[in-house]
Design a protein around this ligand. Structure first.
Ligand SMILES: *[C@@H]1O[C@H](CO)[C@@H](O)[C@H](O)[C@H]1NC(C)=O
Ligand SMILES: *[C@@H]1O[C@H](CO)[C@@H](O)[C@H](O)[C@H]1NC(C)=O
Length: 204
């Protein structure tokens, strides 16, 4: 149920929050770096290929291309034949600390598919990329977390009620059942089945 706090945080975002669009393609995050304020939303778009985005950590003892120890996010894989995925991955920015992220796919992080937000020292990102180049592959978190999969073009600063169910439908493609709304839909169904079972029992 890690999604519930995330959704509440998104709904609490004031209307003035910026949405920062970052497009993931075979060879880059575009833009590679961006500046964001607290409450802004990073909106990852996925171009052709099979890519993902996960938060890493600068100066991690685990090295580059490894999920951050605390917090962070992972979009899961977006496999896109051509053009751009009709779903996006949205992450709320909680502070102005530097964030480094990478694609967890195969050797993409080693190949330099790395970007960042609020990078104060460009050399830090370059060093991350140099260290990554020595790796045979990146590490992916076990499941999607830390953000919301949503229909591209849907409102990200809405009250969340209508949208969140749409968003969660989209987010459920990967078969995870870790999101709040899907959980309550399931609970609702269980209730219906339970009631039907009770009626059946009464009729016997
Ligand atoms: C996308 O990449 C992931 C990770 O390598 C893989 O598990 C998944 O099967 C790929 N999706 C498709 C449709 O090939
Ligand atoms: C901001 O906080 C939310 C809620 O805890 C979390 O889901 C999200 O991943 C955080 N954002 C970043 C950039 O870590």
């Amino acid at each position: 149920m890690r999604y519930l706090p995330a959704l509440l945080a998104v709904s609490a975002v004031p209307a003035l929050a910026d949405t920062i669009k970052i497009t993931v393609s075979d060879d880059s995050f575009d833009p590679e770096t961006a500046t964001a304020e607290k409450g802004d939303i990073l909106e990852f778009h996925f171009g052709a290929g099979n890519h993902s985005v996960a938060a890493g950590e600068f100066d991690s003892i685990n090295g580059p291309c490894v999920p951050s120890n605390e917090g962070g996010f992972f979009s899961g894989y977006f496999d896109v034949n051509s053009g751009e995925s009709d779903e996006v991955f949205r992450v709320t920015v909680n502070d102005t600390e530097p964030i480094v992220f990478y694609s967890t796919q195969g050797r993409e992080c080693a190949g330099g598919l790395i970007g960042g937000v609020n990078i104060k020292d460009k050399g830090q990102l370059e060093k991350y990329r140099e260290d990554a180049a020595a790796l045979s592959q990146g590490v992916a978190p076990p499941k999607v977390f830390g953000g919301v999969v949503a229909k591209a073009g849907s409102d990200s600063s809405d009250d969340g009620d209508d949208d969140s169910s749409d968003n969660n439908d989209g987010g459920d493609d990967d078969g995870d059942d870790d999101d709040g709304a899907a959980g309550s839909v399931r609970a609702g169904l269980a209730g219906v089945v339970g009631a039907a079972g009770l009626v059946a029992a009464l009729m016997v």
